[in-house]
Unconditional design. Sequence first.
Length: 251
Amino acid sequence: MGIKMEKKLILESDYQKGKGPTPVASIVHAVIESLNVSISPRDLTYKYLKPESIGECLDLEKEWFPGDPLAHYYAKSLKREKYFTLCCYWRPQGQRKEYVIASIVVKIISDRDTMMHLSNGAFRAEVGREEQKENAKRNADKTVAYVCSIGVVDEARRLGIGSKLIELAAQYAATSYPNCVGISLNVITTGVRAVGLYEKCKFVRLFTIPKYYTLNGKKFDAYYYAKTFDKSESKANKIVATIQDLLLNKV
């Protein structure tokens, strides 16, 4: 017997005004337990975020990243301009309803839209002001696909879903944004499993960001990873340097 779930279209303005619903545990866990089934790759599809799935994504975000809501990212993703979200949907055998079991949220960043939250004082001090100006001029037309969030429910781990989401996100960014040179992300240094996934996907560790994460009142460092879309080794090295430039050119 299936479990009914009320579909809600969550508007960006509602979250900005603090009217959005409080995220709870994702219903997909109850569905899996109720049906007493394992998630099979043959029952999975990968799609762009659907408006009625935002609520499910937010519930999962609450589990994966407590205290770091991305409601406005999901709402903006529907337009697929600066943000986009890809989801892995699971449809149990014999059912019409499909559920979000994984997602990746990506933001396209440029020289004029550098992630200032990454660039603390010590980090920005790594390059001088004149070099920053040269970087800005050299990379004025370049963009990078930055992974804001990626997660997979525990019941669907080890099925290659995380790798597939990264692959599809990179393909979409490379084909939809002509000046996009690569994909990047940051990960907590203690996240051994996540680090292993990104390195398996051929990401290169560029640097460490001190005290980037706050969990239970404690500060943790983050690794910053990037992957170029160019398969030429010489060009790839230049593009990785470009990505680093894009992150270091503002004070």
